[in-house]
Design a protein. Structure first.
Length: 272
């Protein structure tokens, strides 16, 4: 059985290496300082992807700022305060169903609610809120599991010393569970950075040469830029190296953000 587990892990690692190797082979030649520091030009057949990098970072980081506090607060309520019953089961069923909803549905929801009804328009704010809703079920699930992993003796000792329930949660339970909660943020960043359908209706545009000056401006984003180059560009074959190079930068950006979160989580686990 352990050999089967090792084999499954090896297959996944081998597949990842193949994908990354394929992207490096086809896209590494397109990556240079111009590619990383300039905006696209000449119908996006030349220039770089700097606005896309900035837009992807803003959308991913903004989605985490929206979803992480909300998801942790929801997990605290579900695990520490909510009583078992019909309402509790309905809430959990809704969260589990949201986790399986396709991202294009979240994109259409964001278009109808944030862009049209709230009159936010196609903007960074609309994309951030839509991506925040998209990754919220993941944050809630991992945060609740982290709270569940804290031993009950921690709570009992704190309450026995005279602390209130909220003081126990805030000063004892949350610090112990926080490194595990960061796992949800890592998964959330990965999903938010790579989404296309959720932002193509709410935040991303085909082309804009300027960086956003406010939350109400549209942005370019790496996943949508790859989609545009591969499907709607004027010279798809000419931009093929740019497509692979953009995908490679997207993987590097996600890896970098994940690495920062992983290092921070490791430091918290060593020095809580």
């Amino acid at each position: 059985m352990f050999s089967l587990f090792r084999g499954a892990a090896a297959i996944n690692a081998f597949a990842l290496l193949i994908i990354i190797g394929f992207l490096v082979y086809n896209g590494a030649g397109a990556i240079n300082w111009t590619f990383l520091s300039q905006a696209p030009r000449n119908s996006m057949t030349q220039g770089g992807i700097f606005p896309c990098i900035v837009g992807t970072f803003l959308l991913s980081f903004g989605a985490m700022l929206v979803a992480f506090p909300w998801g942790v607060a929801t997990a605290i309520y579900l695990h520490e305060y909510a009583r078992p019953g019909l309402a509790m089961r309905a809430i959990r069923l809704g969260i589990n169903n949201l986790a399986g909803v396709p991202s294009v549905v979240f994109g259409l929801f964001g278009l109808a609610f944030f862009v049209t009804w709230c009159k936010l328009g196609v903007s960074v704010l609309s994309g951030v809120l839509t991506l925040g809703a998209l990754i919220l079920p993941v944050i809630i699930g991992t945060a609740e599991e982290a709270l569940r992993s804290v031993p009950a003796t921690y709570r009992e000792a704190s309450l026995g010393l005279g602390a209130t329930k909220w003081q126990t949660i805030y000063r004892v339970v949350l610090p112990a569970a926080f490194p595990g909660m960061l796992t949800g943020s890592i998964l959330g960043i990965s999903r938010a950075a790579g989404e296309t359908a959720a932002i193509m209706f709410t935040a991303a545009v085909f082309f804009t040469p300027n960086l956003p000056s406010s939350l109400f401006d549209p942005v370019m984003a790496l996943p949508y830029h790859v989609y545009v180059l591969a499907t709607a560009g004027t010279e798809i074959e000419v931009t093929r190296p740019l497509q692979y190079g953009t995908a490679l930068i997207l993987i590097a950006l996600v890896f970098g953000m994940n690495l920062i979160a992983i290092i921070y989580r490791a430091r918290l686990q060593r020095h809580p």
